[in-house]
Write a protein that binds this ligand. Structure first.
Ligand code: EPU
Length: 420
């Protein structure tokens, strides 16, 4: 699958942000904690979510996924397996591990896939679940976890920040016996949204928005209705698109607080921003200045916006440095951006970007989800045609991106995707 972009078109107008993929994923896994009816709205229609939906159906869930709504119910677990062919492209299996183990005492899940952005360790997930009483075997392909008696509440301190690790143990604790205290939890807004959902389902959780969560386990949770928060990475990606030369974009259904670290950097480098409660208007009307930054856990600058911001920094006069502190192999976009004309050198964990350089369209390859967005932004500013290969990556996490960009004036289309 490929994306064809004819660059150098000015973008203007409004774009509406979809629901958050990384909130929807754990929230769908939370379906396993209940035998009641669950209904989600603002679900992004992206491949990673379809994968999670299929994995739940495979466990015995009955549901429907239409437009941006999912209705689903899992009255009884019919299978304890999460097979490789369903989940190999996503992190769904690891998020299912904790809830499935907690509900049924046995889970056999394929090793998680997802973006090849470095070592994606899961030792804290497994350590926490073992301390709750599970016996865990890990193999080249599968993780098998069993608990002959219900999981027990624990007092656990995460040795490092982990987003899905926090979500996994939080969900397992919701059905564990007694009280669990989780310390040094990650603080991403998607975790807060998961807590909101679990509370609606009847879970007893305190400490939302702090790094210590206290969970009193229940035998089973109820059904609930839940609207998923807007996707802060999609939000940040369109804000960055608005800051590219000549563009002016209003990002709607935005939550400026979720991307404060990005907005602060953009202001610092000279991008003009107008913030309202739920929208952000962005344009670059004047010279931009280079900067140095590091990726960090929330509320720091997100690794998931590192590639897209790098594309913008190639258009800024001077030397910028971007240090990647979350994943150890997340610069594959740099090589592809260099093919378009960028001057990016990678030294260990830092990208050194020498701007400003003109871009010329070429054939380039998307290596992971966020890299694919960075390459699309690169294609938008390149002269001539850019063909992005392996564009399936974009479908995994960005709802309707070509269509949304076309409405802003871009000339971009998927090749080989019907009705895109
Ligand atoms: N880590 C460990 N041990 C663990 C867990 C994590 O050492 O048990 C390390 C990882 O190796 C990594 C760091 O901690 O170096 C952070 O990993 P984390 O567990 O926080 O990442 P994740 O939960 O696998 C989620 C998002 C990613 C996002 C990261 C960081 C989901 C489904 N995925 O991944 O999103 O980059 O947090 O914010 O929520 C994306 O959407 O494109 C994406 C990759």
């Amino acid at each position: 699958m490929k994306i064809l972009i004819k660059g150098k078109k000015q973008l203007s107008g409004s774009v509406k942000i979809s629901g958050a993929k990384n909130a929807a994923l754990p929230e769908l896994a939370a379906v396993i904690l209940s035998s009641g009816d669950l209904e989600f709205s603002d679900v992004p229609q992206v491949e990673d979510i379809k994968v999670m939906f299929r994995a739940l159906e495979n466990l015995g869930a009955a549901g429907e996924f239409t437009d941006s709504r999912i209705k689903i119910k899992l009255p009884e677990i019919r299978s304890n397996l999460v097979p490789r062919e369903i989940v190999e492209t996503s992190r769904a299996s690891i998020l299912i591990l904790g809830p499935l183990l907690a509900r049924s005492g046995y889970a056999e899940v394929s090793n998680p896939g997802g973006c090849p952005i470095g070592d994606r360790r899961i030792n804290f997930h497994l350590d926490g679940l073992s301390k709750m009483g599970a016996k865990i075997e890990t193999g080249a392909e599968h993780i098998i976890a069993r608990a002959d008696t219900p999981l027990q509440g624990i007092d656990y301190r995460f040795p490092g920040k982990t987003v899905t690790g926090t979500e996994n143990l939080l969900m397992a604790a919701a059905l564990a016996r007694g009280t669990t205290i989780l310390r040094n939890c990650a603080l991403e807004p998607e975790i807060g949204d998961l807590i909101d959902l679990l509370q609606k389902m009847g879970a007893d959780i305190s400490g939302k928005n702090s790094d210590t969560l206290i969970i009193k386990g229940k035998p089973i949770l109820d059904g609930a209705r839940h609207k998923i928060i807007p996707d802060r990475i999609e939000m940040g990606t369109y804000v960055i698109a608005g800051a590219l030369p000549g563009n002016e974009i209003t990002v709607e259904n935005a939550v400026p607080a979720y991307i404060r670290s990005l907005l602060d950097i953009l202001k610092k480098i000279g991008v003009h921003l107008i913030e309202d409660e739920d929208k952000i208007t962005v344009k670059a009307n004047g010279p931009l200045f280079p900067t140095d930054l590091e990726t960090e856990p929330y509320p720091g600058f997100p690794t998931d916006l590192q590639a897209q911001l790098t594309t913008l920094l190639t258009q800024v006069e001077g030397i910028s440095r971007v240090k990647e502190r979350i994943f150890n192999n997340r610069f594959k976009h740099a090589l592809e951006l260099n093919k378009l004309g960028a001057n990016i050198e990678i030294k260990e964990d830092t990208a050194i970007i020498k701007g400003k350089t003109g871009f010329k369209g070429r054939v380039i390859t998307a290596t992971d989800l966020r890299a694919s967005a960075a390459l699309v932004l690169g294609g938008l500013i390149a002269s001539g045609e850019t063909l992005v290969e392996n564009a399936y990556q974009l479908l995994r996490g960005y709802e309707d991106m070509p269509r949304k960009l076309r409405r802003l004036g871009a000339d971009i289309k998927f090749l080989g995707v019907e009705n895109e």
